[in-house]
Design a protein around this ligand. Structure first.
Ligand code: GRF
Length: 209
């Protein structure tokens, strides 16, 4: 069985959606564990309720990013992780973890990258910036994680009309529905295809069985 480990820091609606998708067989992998930096996160409570193993790993407990990354790698190995899905994880993934899992870490971002992304652009800040900019479409980006925030090669995007949204919160609610639709689909695509990155373009080819 393919093992997925989810990283989440917050309420965990994407984590719940991914877990549900795995239970329903939408993709053929199991959620082998949750890693969080916040013991009080909603995602952690959901994991406990559903007997999903949890590890709390806080960067502040380590003397360097490398040491933090080494602990994450130890934990990922204990969970026998094949793939990592970031779902509202607010810490930077250390470089040693990125290097250990090439093209195996996806992140979901609630806007159309490369716009409205980068350090500090998370949660409602993204939707506030989108609202202020007056753009008529926003959307969701699922991308591979590399050593910079929100910069890795784009795996899947979907846009959504926000021209009728009257507040950042309305944009967030509209976009979140799309997040829940496409994250499981992206995982299925990742599991079922060979992935090649040419320049910044992600190319998928069906796996030969
Ligand atoms: C989502 O909007 C996700 O795109 C972003 O953080 C938010 C997490 O929400 N990275 P949830 O914890 O999955 O409900």
């Amino acid at each position: 069985m393919v093992n997925i480990v989810v990283f989440a820091s917050g309420r965990g609606s994407n984590f719940r959606t991914l877990y549900q998708a795995s239970v329903e067989g939408i993709f053929k992998a199991r959620i082998a564990g949750l890693i969080s930096n916040r013991a009080q996160a909603g995602a952690v409570a959901f994991a406990h309720q559903n007997n999903i193993p949890v590890a709390i790993v806080k960067p502040a407990d380590f003397s360097s990013e490398t040491a933090f990354g080494e602990q994450l790698i130890r934990q990922l190995q204990e969970f026998k992780a094949d793939y990592i899905l970031l779902a509202g994880y607010l810490k930077k993934i250390p470089d040693n973890v990125v290097l250990k899992y090439p093209l195996r870490i996806l992140n979901i971002h609630p806007a159309l990258l490369p716009a409205f992304g980068g350090k500090g652009m998370y949660g409602m800040r993204v939707h506030e910036a989108v609202f202020e900019a007056g753009v008529k479409v926003s959307g969701v980006t699922i991308h591979f994680v590399d050593t910079e925030y929100d910069r890795g090669p784009i795996f899947l995007q979907k846009c959504v009309d926000i021209s009728q949204c009257n507040s950042p919160q309305e944009i967030a609610d509209t976009v979140l529905k799309i997040e829940h639709q496409i994250y499981p689909i992206a995982v299925k695509m990742l599991l079922e295809n060979e992935v090649e990155v040419i320049g910044r373009r992600v190319i998928l080819r069906e796996k030969k069985t």
